[in-house]
Design a protein around this ligand. Structure first.
Ligand code: NFE
Ligand code: MG
Length: 477
């Protein structure tokens, strides 16, 4: 039976290896392996808890702001503390802009080339899925990079710098939102809104109608592959002070089609197939900081396998938008590769449209910080949404220090290996049945993996290695 190893998967963040077994030109088995080891949950232990948001922002170079905010929320939860409304508004803006630049980068730079960047830079306009590198280069320089720069500049107005903004801390934020800063950020985000609006309209008015008319078989293929587990989890994000703190994108968990309120007590991280000691798993509120055990028999990933009520869950824009009731799935199977991309585009549009209003809702005359005191003992959970999905940080404080810390991160859910019951993670599951023409053409395997926008730095959040380079032979022996 042909076996194909893709190591590393390119155009994602970090080192992911995908191994598929192919029979009769279809994937019949899949393994997802996170191939870098990090150590953040260990680094913050025994320090002042207020160090955690600063250190944990460094989990990732993409969603750094998200980790900083989520860690701050965990600290605030541990002290039963609510920050001032203006701080909530500013954190929402920082988070929203993070999501905008991350989604735009995924759609146009990471996943886009797999589809000739949807005709915008295809060899033949507008349906050809083969990339014209020269056209793409031009698009990158005239449109994509300037829009990214504008997002970073707007974020820096509220965060001091990008990456790793500095203003969010337990108690609120430290930026003074003067009318000048607000209007500068507002104007920058209006420009971003224009760029995204143009691309969004092109996709809906030109690309999709054209594909449906002339290439319905491609559309049907993209709607029928990469379906996945169809359990969806989102914690909810963007509490709006003016709306009684309701989340702009409400959270929920959908299991077997039934939506419920999500409960972090129902998470268990499995480690049977992960390079950690068996003691390292469990509920994140109780788990010990992860203890690496490279070479553990049966293990093949540095990613743990979080499960909700024992089940794998997809997280990310498709999950979040379905849970929030903001996206209607096109696939008859309840999820798909194409829906994952379109939900990301819809969320991007939703955010570029609303962020200018959020900027104007900040009140320059109101406070942005209240005094926060680290409790002598406490336990707190920060629930939030990263661009790639549900993010939870758990902190246990004793004697004014961090005794334990856990982060359960979006790509940990999506790219997880098999769990203790041998059940595949969402990406692995999504690959089963994928056509592989000639038993060797892997474009659709790659498209499916990339549709989750994996980030390995986040998913493993641990770095060491005295052990040296990890080779594929060492993994799949
Ligand atoms: Ni490193 Fe992250 C996001 C978080 S992904 S990018 O989005 O949290 O697992
Ligand atoms: Mg973790």
């Amino acid at each position: 039976m042909p076996e194909i190893m893709i190591d590393p998967v390119t155009r994602i963040e970090g080192h992911l290896a995908i191994k598929v077994k192919v029979e009769n030109e279809k994937v019949v088995d899949a393994h997802s392996s996170g191939m870098l080891w990090r150590g953040f949950e260990r680094i913050v232990v025994n320090r002042d808890p207020r160090d955690a948001p600063i250190i944990l922002s460094r989990i990732c170079g993409v969603c750094h702001s998200t980790h900083r905010i989520t860690s701050t929320r965990a600290l605030e939860d541990a002290a039963d503390f609510t920050p001032p409304d203006n701080a909530i508004r500013i954190r929402n803006i920082i988070q929203g802009i993070t999501c905008i630049y991350s989604h735009a980068a995924h759609l146009l730079v990471l996943a886009g080339p797999d589809y000739g960047v949807y005709g915008l830079a295809g060899k033949e306009h507008p349906h050809e899925l083969e990339l014209d590198v020269e056209k793409y280069y031009k698009l990158l320089h005239t449109t994509i990079l300037p829009a990214q720069r504008m997002c970073h500049e707007a974020l820096a107005i509220f965060g001091g710098k990008v990456p790793h903004h500095m203003t969010t801390l337990a108690g609120g934020v430290t930026v003074t939102p003067t009318p000048e800063k607000l209007s500068l950020a507002y104007n920058k985000m209006l420009e971003v809104k224009d760029v995204v609006g143009t691309i969004y309209n092109y996709v809906h008015e030109t690309l999709i109608p054209h594909l449906i008319e002339e290439h319905i078989e491609t559309v049907n293929l993209l709607l029928s592959i990469g379906v996945g587990v169809r359990n969806f989890l989102a914690w909810g994000v963007y509490p709006i002070p003016e709306d009684n703190y309701r989340n702009f994108l409400e959270g929920g968990v959908i299991i077997k089609g039934e939506k419920r309120k999500p409960d972090p007590a129902k998470i268990v991280e499995h480690v049977k197939h992960s390079w950690y000691t068996d003691e390292s798993g469990g509920n994140p509120a109780e788990e010990i900081p992860p203890e690496p055990q490279y070479g553990k028999p049966g293990a093949y990933s540095w990613i743990k396998a979080p499960r909700y009520e024992g089940l794998p869950c997809e997280v990310g824009p498709q999950a979040r938008m379905i849970v929030a009731g903001k996206y209607k799935v096109l696939s008859p199977y309840g999820a798909s590769l194409l829906d994952r991309l379109l939900a990301r585009l819809e969320e991007l549009k939703l955010l570029v449209d609303v962020i200018p209003d959020w900027i104007m809702s900040v009140k320059p005359e109101e406070k942005v910080y209240s005094e926060y005191k680290v409790p002598e003992t406490g336990f707190g959970i920060g629930l939030w949404e990263a661009p790639r999905g549900a993010l939870a940080h758990f902190v246990k404080i004793s004697n004014y220090k961090t005794e334990r810390y856990q982060a359960v991160v979006p790509t940990t859910w999506n790219a997880s290996p098999r769990d203790g019951n041998g059940v595949m993670g969402p990406i692995e599951n999504s690959l089963i049945g994928t056509p592989v023409p000639g038993n060797r053409e892997t474009i659709n395997v790659l498209r499916i993996v990339r549709s989750y926008d994996p980030c390995l730095a986040c998913s493993i959040h641990l770095v060491t290695p005295k052990e040296g380079i990890i080779t594929k032979e060492a993994v799949f022996h």
